[in-house]
Structure formats: C-alpha cells, structure tokens
Write a protein that binds this ligand. Structure first.
Ligand code: MTE
Ligand code: MO
Length: 555
C-alpha cells in the first residue's frame, strides 16, 4: 500500500503541485472567512465594538503615520475607510492563503496563523477606548470556530497524493478524509481510478467541506450585518421630536442664493454635507441612554439627559463647518441650519473655575477635541446641536448631540456623539488631532473656492459666469476678487448672508475669449485681511493659497 502521507511531503514532490496549493489556499481562505463571519455575527449580539475587523481597522487608523493618512485621504477622499477595510481584508486573505498552503505540509501552521490573528484581534479590541470585557467574545468565538473549520478543511483536503499529481485523469481516493474524526491518511488504499473527468471522493469531500465552510462564513457575516442593522438607532432617531427654536435663525434674503448652475447651494442638504471622522463604525447612541457629563474645573458637575437638553431653549443658526484637512479648492466644507442649546449657558450653569482655558470634549468612541473656553463664552453661537437642516442630526453627523462652534475648524470644535465635556487647561490635556501634531487652536482661515466653471462641461467664448463660495467664519467675507491669468483683479458680486458665520456665494461675469485660461479667486474678510497667495498644506493649521481653475474656452 503506498504511503501517501509520506509521498506528499517529499521535498520536490507534490507539496508544490497545483491541486495541493489550490486546496491549501481554499483551506486558508475559508478558515479565515469562517472566523470573520462568526466574529461579525457574535459582535452583532455582544456589541459592534467587539468586531475584530473593525477594531483592527480602527487601531490601524490610530497607528498610521500622518503622511500616509493624508495621502490616502487625498487620493480616496471620503472612501478612505472603505480603502482601509479592503486593504486589511486583502492582506488578511494573502496571509490566510499562505498559512493554508503551509497547513498542507504542517497542520500546525494553520492553527499558529489563526492564533496570531486572534491575538492581534484581541489586542485591538481590548485597547479600544470604549470596549468592555465582553467585547473579546467575538474574536474568541471566531477563532474557535475558525480553528474547527480549519481542522475539518485540512482533513478533507488531505495530503494530495502522488497519483493525483501525476494522473490528470484519475484522482486518488481519500474517502476516509471526509469522515469526522478520520485521519488524513485513513483512506490509505489506492482506489481504482475514477472515470475520465469524474471527481474523486477525495475531491468531493473537500468540495463539500469547503461549501459548508463558505456557507457558514457567509451566513455568519450576513446575519451579523442584519442583526447589527436592526440594533442601530435609526428607529429611535425617527421617534425623536425636536422642539421648535426659542430663537429662530434670521430669515434668508432672496439673494442669499445666486442660483448659478453648478454653484454650491447656500444651505447644503444633509445627504451632501461632507463627513470627516475617525469612526470606522458610526457610533449608535440611543437618545434614551445618552448623557452629557460636564465636569473638571467647574463649581458644579452637570449630568444632562437628552430630554433635559430638549427642555432648554433652542437656538437656530446658519453656520458653515469646515475641516482643517480641506485642500485649497476642496470639498470638506458645508453649510447648514443648526438647532441646539447654547453651550455657554450650560457652562455658566456648571460654573467655570478660574484658570480653565480648554473644553476637552469626548465622544462615545473615545475621540477627543479641545476647544478654547474663551471662544465658546464670547457670545457667538457655540451650540450643543441636536438638529441640522430641520431634522434630528443624521447618525453619521453625531446623533443625538454634537458640538458646533462657528469660526473654528471641526477638529477643535465639532465633536459628534459628544457625551463628556471636561473643563480643563491646554497645559494639562490634548485632543486627538493635537496629539498628532495639528495646531492647538484651529481658527478657520479666510478662503475661497471657484465652483464653476470646473472643466466638466465645454465652455463657449462669450459671457461665462464664474462663481463660488468664500468663507471667513465669525469674521465675515467683505469682498471677493477674481482674475484671469495675471490680469487685473476684478471685484465679484456677493450674495446676501444672514450673518458672519456662514460662507458667502460670489459671482463674476466673464467675457471669455477662446483659449486655455487660469481663473483665480481671493477673498478679503471683514477684518481687512486678504487671502495670502502663499501655498500651505492643510497640516498643521489649515491650507492657504489661491484656488486656481484651469478652463478651456472654445470659439
Ligand atoms: N466623534 C467625532 N467627532 C468629530 C470627529 C471625529 O473624528 N469623531 N471629527 C471632527 C472633524 S475633523 C470634523 S471636520 C467634523 C466634521 O463633521 P461632519 O462629519 O458632520 O461634517 O467633525 C468633527 N467631530
Ligand atoms: Mo476635520
């Protein structure tokens, strides 16, 4: 009786053969898929923070050096997180395939691989700021079921026989491999060759085991997603009734929106409002469990429920929010009508003690941000916002409550899913991005952008309306100038604005001549400052420079 086990492990023998490698790859991939599927499913029950994929992804976000994140954000923009997840899955698949192949020679290899990934997963989960002890369960369960799947698959894959390798038409039989508890070499006898093209029992049993594993992984993953979707706060958000403002926003003048085709609307619809955060998994915070704790250097700690918050008089205000990572001409800026509780009043109630200069806000997912106390208390509309554009905050924008402070970049002012505000000092604590080297204070820079023409549609010589937005939140835009090439600066007409906290539309009618032209824009704010032409990247305190659009005009 030929010793097939030996035969397969001979150096230079079948271990490097095609079927052997394919089975190894399939074994590795499926064992990993089962582990992930089970992990996702269990995480859907124990809580999404325990998902090993998400935890590892979130840790990667935290560990990635800034130039790399900048590059990824620059190239992939809002899809940066999808790219991150795909990268992790592809890397995991490559490792799983390699371990699977190794398992064909040494069964222990696969278990070692699984153990390594389980340890990485456990470490990532345990170091999440918002993880609980139970959050290790999905990884442990995934690893355990993954190990079981691996043992079954490895057994069914069996060592590939010399016959199998040599004979393309006839497959060796490895019947015993399929039996539970059977050993790899159990079906030791060489069977009569099967008919031309007919799969052997060995292949069949491997395919059957693979199919079961694949279905198991898919069911785990899909069911997990369904369960976790059911447990999101979409439903409780739909039930929230936001009271009308005690202090409504001033009505908008008719010419607030110049209605130039292609120009950003004055008020950004919620589904077009830019989104920037470090959350791989959007925090799901039920209004019934939401609490805002205000503590630190205060005379009286406050613990506010969502119902308490809604009982306070609400202020409505149009405020433009922008991200410090916005490139010149970029899209990380939007404007909406916010509704919320003035933060200054709440802080006065808590009583800020002398010496405190920073509000360190924390969201449910552990993200932190430091806002100057002085800015929040100076009379501007710094809000604990509960609604935007007439509806409760969309979940990705911070439901049920977030901060908004006009005049500051989002990273130092706009904490979403906020549940904790500590009154402290800049000397004592640093927020998330400041810790990564970004500026401690982040006042928004005076900037402007050309929205149209944008090169997307052909331009004919003659009258072309050049239009865009300019912003200098809490200072106000006083003037916008446009030029063609190095020609003279031309004054653009300005749209009306309800105050100094929003962006401002501008437009300029251009008599375009055929050819390729560079259009440039620069804004002047109400302090008299005109945008510097000096180029600066977003890091560390916001991009500067004049936005330039290159356009082609045909005769
Ligand atoms: N919890 C939390 N809040 C956050 C962030 C975050 O990563 N996590 N990012 C901030 C940054 S950098 C910006 S620019 C704004 C963006 O708010 P938006 O996504 O609603 O546009 O949210 C701020 N609030
Ligand atoms: Mo940001």
């Amino acid at each position: 009786m030929p010793d097939r086990t030996r035969a397969t492990t001979e150096p230079g023998g079948s271990p490097r053969s095609g079927p052997f490698i394919v089975r190894g790859v399939v074994t590795g991939l499926l064992a990993a898929a089962v582990a992930l599927g089970v992990g996702q499913f269990v995480a859907a029950i124990t809580g999404p923070v325990g998902s090993p994929v998400v935890a590892v992804g979130q840790s990667v976000i935290g560990l990635t050096p800034r130039p790399v994140t900048d590059f990824v954000i620059k190239i992939f923009g809002p899809h940066d997180k999808l790219v991150l997840l795909l990268t992790i899955v592809v890397l995991l698949a490559l490792f799983a395939a390699a371990f699977g192949i190794a398992t064909m020679r040494r069964p222990a290899a696969g278990f070692a691989g699984l153990a390594i990934f389980a340890v990485i997963g456990l470490f990532a989960v345990a170091t999440r700021p918002n993880s609980a002890p139970a959050d290790v369960i999905p990884t442990l369960a995934g690893a355990a079921v993954g190990a079981y799947a691996l043992s079954r698959l490895a057994r069914a894959a069996g060592p590939v026989t010399g016959d199998e390798v040599a004979a393309a038409g006839g497959e060796a039989v490895a019947d015993g491999e399929a039996a539970p508890g059977g050993k790899a070499a159990a079906g030791g006898e060489a069977a009569p060759p099967a008919g031309e093209g007919a799969p052997s029992y060995g292949r069949r049993s491997f395919m059957a085991t693979s199919a079961i594993a694949a279905v198991g992984a898919a069911v785990g993953g899909v069911a997990g997603n369904l369960v976790s979707q059911r447990s999101t706060v979409t439903h409780s958000r739909a039930l929230v009734r936001i009271p009308p403002p005690a202090k409504p926003a001033p009505p908008l003048a008719a010419d607030t929106d110049l209605r130039v085709p292609g120009l950003s609307a004055f008020l950004t619809p919620n589904d077009r409002f830019y989104r920037v955060d470090t959350a791989l998994l959007i925090p799901q915070v039920a209004p019934s469990s939401w609490r805002l704790r205000i503590h630190g250097m205060v005379s009286r700690e406050l613990d506010i429920t969502f119902a308490d918050l809604l009982r306070r008089p609400l202020t409505e205000a149009d405020i433009t929010l922008c991200c410090v990572s916005n490139q010149v001409g970029g899209s990380y800026i939007s404007n909406t009508r916010w509704l919320g509780v003035p933060l200054a009043g709440v802080l006065r109630e808590a009583g800020i003690r002398a010496g405190a200069d920073q509000l360190l806000s924390t969201s449910t997912d552990g993200y932190t941000s430091g806002t100057p106390v002085e800015t929040v208390m100076d009379g501007r509309n710094a809000l604990l916002a509960v609604a935007m554009d007439g509806v409760a905050l969309p979940v990705p924008h911070g439901f049920p409550a977030r901060m908004v402070v006009p005049g500051l970049y989002g990273y130092v002012s706009a904490t979403k899913w906020v549940t904790d505000i500590k009154v402290t000092t800049f000397a004592a604590e640093r927020g998330y991005w400041v810790d990564q080297g970004w500026a401690v204070r982040g006042p928004v820079r005076t900037e402007s952008r050309i929205d149209v023409p944008n090169g997307n549609s052909p331009l004919n010589a003659g009258k072309v309306t050049v239009a865009g937005v300019a912003w200098a939140q809490h200072r106000g835009v006083a003037a916008v100038h446009v030029r063609v090439g190095t020609g003279p600066w031309q004054q653009a007409r300005l749209a009306a604005v309800p105050g100094i906290d929003t962006w401002r539309q501008w437009a300029w009618d251009w008599q375009a001549a055929p050819g390729t032209h560079q259009l440039q824009v620069r804004a002047t704010d109400e302090t008299g400052y005109t945008q510097t032409p000096q180029f600066a990247p977003p890091f560390p305190s916001g991009a500067t420079g004049w936005h330039t659009a290159t356009v082609k005009v045909t005769a």
